[in-house]
Structure formats: structure tokens, C-alpha cells
Design a protein around this ligand. Structure first.
Ligand code: FAD
Length: 482
């Protein structure tokens, strides 16, 4: 068979992981494939951006990934990065939540919903007696309907009451997505809670059963904490990927913005995808993966399938920002402990969360400095991103002063804005995805991947890239009937 061409648009982790999986699977199947990745920007990795300033390592975007979802760890191992993986510093594994202007330690039991640990619940002062009693009603109130979707806010208010939801669950869950829990889909963001309710009729009972039945940790493998990172920053994952892809003969092109997409009939049941680039040139391929944000893919796909364009338009995005600040250690040592804190929406602060980066991770700051990473923005809270760097930093520092008493002058600070960066899985997301898949599957060889669809985390993007590569290859080799 002559060499088939695949073009992947978007050089974030999703596009790069798709290219990697495509090469791997094509080689295993003996398929001759010519792969090109086109990236509009001037660097690879999309949201993954590490800055190294002397001994400081800051992350403008993601700073770690979940180890329970295996795709991230597996990719690191394949790229020879296993010895670079670092665990969080478990000795300081505490987290705090803001309540009425004060930071309260977040009891382990409140996060994992295990009622055996009622002591820490009571002592934390986070919930009133009535709030705690309302949480306990989860064990008796009936389960919700199995069909349809529900917002996170509606589900958790129904099961645990408004207090537990607003004071703890909202910042823990919606915060990850920089989202609004009133709009977020339970089934698309935290399907496990839906499953527990359906199976056990109670989240508390379900969590207890899951804990009892949990398999022992695998022996012989290094122990991993819930989140892991790379010693010198996550950009090392991107560098290792691009180096490997280059060795494998994948064509990697930066500064290539795809402006339009056309399709023409090629052979019976086969299409040729023509891409118009921003310099006016054109490229053609038998298969095409759009690993771009949903709003970019919407514009590219609209002329082919207006239905897909319309469905993609319905995936909203949140704009967020991260602010990394380093202080002389002696000026803040007494106020920072644990991993950091989260801020419920009801507290009406500019800050969404802060991580004591140099306490949480090794190798992120010299010993005489403390590195803090603050999160701002998100749905309904992104006005702060329009401020210039100095004003935005002043707001963040004012919050740190009010909440933690940090008054000293930083030795380093950086502001990173991410406009339209976090896709929001709103109620009905999974139904819309099915319709989108149906619309796109009319075009064999065409696929969509990325954070907008089946998971925003880095391991989700890597896993979805691999599934996409598999599907594309089946289309190209005729294994999947058109
Ligand atoms: C502030 C922040 C913190 C986060 N923290 C974490 C974390 O700690 N852990 C975690 O697992 N996840 C985290 N995430 C989520 C995760 O980083 C992202 O979901 C993931 O990196 C998205 O990867 P992607 O490849 O799908 O998209 P992107 O990284 O957005 O890549 C898409 C690429 O497409 C390119 N592109 C766009 N239009 C075109 C075009 N027309 N032609 C060519 N190229 C184009 C873009 O330039 C971009 O490089 C975080 C996200 C943000 C914003």
C-alpha cells in the first residue's frame, strides 16, 4: 500500500499524543503512514508551559497530572521519563478551605465522605451541626432518576444539603474546571458519584463499600501519589514527545494556522481533506485529526457539517489565570503550611485557590524561597483577567495578605492569562457528544480530539489521543466500514 497521509491540527498534548499513538500503532500493524502536525503557535505543548528562572520552576498552565488515570504515567515511561516523575511531598499533605474570611483545615473525611471520620468534621468548624446532619441524610434519601443529566450543584445539594455543597464541594469540584457548578454536567465531570448513587442509593454508603473492596496497591511498582509531576516541569513531556516524533519521521510544523477545511470525494467511501493555511498554501491528506479547541474546530467543520459546527459552539470555555509568586522563605515560613487552600464561590474573592508549590513539590524553588501559585478567573469571575499585570498582582497579593497575612515583597512574580482555555462540560454534554460523533463519523478518516470532549486532564487528553489514533488507522486501512 502506498503511504497514507494524516494531518493533525493542534500541537497541544492532545495533538502530540495522537501523533505518537498513530506512529506506534501504524508501526505495529505495518502500515506506512506519513504524519504531519500543524501548530499555529510558536511553541509545542499548547497549555503546557514551564518557565525556568534560575532555580525557580514555574508552570504557567498545568502543574501536575493524576496518577490514577494511567495514560500519563504510561506515556512518560514510553518516552524514558519515568525517572523524572516526582510525587507530592506527603509530609505536608494538608489543605485548607476559606470560610467566612478564615482558612479552615479541610478534614480528610470531608473530602472522601467517609463517616467514620466524623471527628475531624466536627472539629473543623466548617459545617454547622445542622449542616452535618443534613449531609448524613444522604444515607436515607432516595436515589435520583437514572436517565437524563443533572448539574453538579443540583446533585450535591440534593444529596448533602446546601451548606456542604457551598462551603466545600463547590470549590473542590467546580474549581478543577474553573467552572460554575450550577451549569456543569454531573455525568460528564464526576460520573463516579452518579454511579455510586445509582448502585448504592447513597454516596456515603457507596464510598464506604468502595473503600472496603479497594484492591491492594500493586506491588513491585514505584508508589505514586494522587498527583505527580516531572522534576524539571511538565514541558519536559512535550520536549520528549516532539523529539521522539521527529526521530520517527513525523513532520512537525510550528507557526502554521489552519484557516479553512474543504473535503472532496477521493475513492468510493474515501475522502480527501484539503486544508488552507494562513500563508495561503494548501495541504491535503486522507485523514485529518482536529486537536484544536472546540471553537476553532467549529469554524473549520461548519462548511462540511453545520450540525457539528453548531454542537461544537455549545461547548463554552472559561478564561483563567495563574500567578506564581516567590517570597524570601523567612518572611512567610510561619504562615504557609500544607498544600494550599481553595476558595468557595460564596466567599466572593478574586482568588479561586492557592498552592504552596515549593512545599507541595520538590525541586521547584531554592531552599531560601517559598513559591506560591495562585489561580484566578473562571466562569463568572474572569473580570480580573482584564487588569494589567501590576493591578492583577496587587489584587492577588491583597487576598494573600488578608487571608494568610503575607505582607512581604516578592522576589519574583509572573502573571499568565489563559483566555477561553478551560472547556466546560455543561448539562447534556454527553448527549451532544453522541450527536457530534454521529455527524463527524459520516466522514471516514476525520476525527476530533482534545480537552473539549472526554476529559480535560492531561491523562484524559493522552488517552483520547490514543483512541482517536486507533479509529483513524481503522478508517485508513478499511478495518472500520464506512
Ligand atoms: C491554567 C490551567 C491549569 C491546568 N492545570 C491542569 C493540571 O494541573 N493537570 C491537568 O491534568 N490538567 C490541567 N489543565 C488542563 C490541561 O492542561 C488541558 O486540558 C490540556 O493541556 C489541553 O490540551 P489540548 O492539546 O487538548 O489543548 P491545547 O493545549 O489548547 O492545544 C491546542 C493547540 O491547538 C493550537 N491551535 C488552535 N487553533 C489552531 C489552528 N487554527 N491551526 C493550528 N493550530 C491551532 C493551539 O495553538 C494549541 O497549541 C489546566 C489547564 C489550564 C488552562
Amino acid at each position: 500500500m502506498s503511504s497514507l497521509r494524516t494531518i493533525i491540527v493542534g500541537g497541544g498534548i492532545s495533538g502530540l499524543a495522537t501523533a505518537f499513538a498513530l506512529q506506534e500503532e501504524a508501526a505495529a500493524k505495518g502500515v506506512s503512514l506519513q504524519c504531519t502536525v500543524l501548530e499555529a503557535g510558536s511553541y509545542w505543548g499548547g497549555k503546557i508551559v514551564t518557565h525556568r528562572i534560575g532555580e525557580l520552576v514555574t508552570e504557567a498552565g498545568p502543574d501536575s497530572f493524576l496518577s490514577q488515570k494511567s495514560a500519563g504515567l504510561e506515556l512518560c515511561a514510553k518516552l524514558g521519563l519515568a525517572d523524572q516523575l516526582i510525587n507530592t511531598n506527603e509530609t505536608g499533605k494538608k489543605a485548607f478551605v476559606l470560610r467566612a474570611g478564615r482558612l479552615h483545615e479541610l478534614p480528610e473525611g470531608l473530602v472522601s465522605f467517609v463517616p467514620k471520620q466524623m471527628g475531624p468534621f466536627l472539629r473543623s468548624g466548617l459545617l454547622s451541626w445542622t449542616g452535618l446532619a443534613r449531609m448524613g441524610l444522604d444515607t436515607v434519601i432516595p436515589r435520583g432518576p437514572a436517565d437524563g443529566d443533572e448539574s453538579l450543584a443540583s446533585f450535591f445539594r440534593r444529596r448533602f444539603g446546601a451548606q456542604a455543597f457551598e462551603r466545600v464541594l463547590e470549590p473542590l469540584m467546580a474549581g478543577i474546571y474553573a467552572g460554575d457548578a450550577e451549569q456543569m454536567s454531573l455525568k460528564a465531570t464526576f460520573p463516579r458519584f452518579f454511579e455510586l448513587e445509582q448502585r448504592y442509593g447513597s454516596i456515603i454508603r457507596g464510598m464506604m463499600a468502595a473503600k472496603k473492596n479497594a484492591p491492594p496497591p500493586p506491588s513491585g511498582r514505584p508508589r505514586r501519589t494522587m498527583f505527580v509531576s516531572l522534576k524539571n516541569g511538565l514541558s519536559d513531556l512535550v520536549t520528549a514527545l516532539t523529539e521522539r516524533l521527529t526521530q520517527q519521521g513525523v513532520e512537525l510544523r510550528l507557526g502554521c494556522r489552519v484557516e479553512a477545511l474543504r473535503v472532496r470525494s477521493h475513492q468510493a467511501g474515501r475522502w480527501m481533506y484539503d486544508l488552507i493555511l494562513d500563508d495561503g498554501s494548501a495541504l491535503s491528506a486522507e485523514s485529518l485529526v482536529l486537536a484544536t479547541p472546540a471553537y476553532v474546530s467549529a469554524e473549520l467543520l461548519r462548511p462540511l457539517t453545520p450540525i457539528a459546527g453548531g454542537l461544537l459552539d455549545m461547548i463554552p470555555y472559561a478564561s483563567t489565570g495563574t500567578v506564581s509568586i516567590a517570597y524570601p522563605a523567612e518572611t512567610v515560613a510561619s504562615v504557609v503550611e500544607g498544600f494550599g487552600f481553595i476558595v468557595p464561590r460564596v466567599e466572593e474573592r478574586d482568588l479561586i485557590a492557592a498552592t504552596w508549590t515549593s512545599l507541595k513539590w520538590p525541586h521547584r524553588a531554592p531552599t531560601d524561597q517559598v513559591l506560591i501559585r495562585c489561580y484566578v478567573g473562571g466562569i463568572g469571575r474572569d473580570a480580573i483577567l482584564k487588569l494589567d499585570d501590576n493591578d492583577l498582582l496587587a489584587k492577588v497579593r491583597a487576598d494573600l495578605a488578608a487571608l494568610c497575612g503575607i505582607q512581604s515583597e516578592p522576589v519574583y512574580a509572573e502573571v499568565n492569562r489563559w483566555w477561553k482555555a478551560m472547556p466546560q462540560y455543561t448539562v447534556g454534554h454527553l448527549d451532544r457528544l453522541s450527536q457530534l460523533d454521529a455527524a463527524v463519523s459520516r466522514y471516514p478518516g476525520l476525527a476530533l480530539t482534545g480537552a473539549a470532549y472526554r476529559g480535560v486532564g492531561i491523562p484524559d487528553c493522552i488517552r483520547d489521543g490514543a483512541l482517536t489514533a486507533s479509529r483513524i488507522l481503522k478508517d485508513l486501512t478499511g478495518e472500520r466500514p464506512s
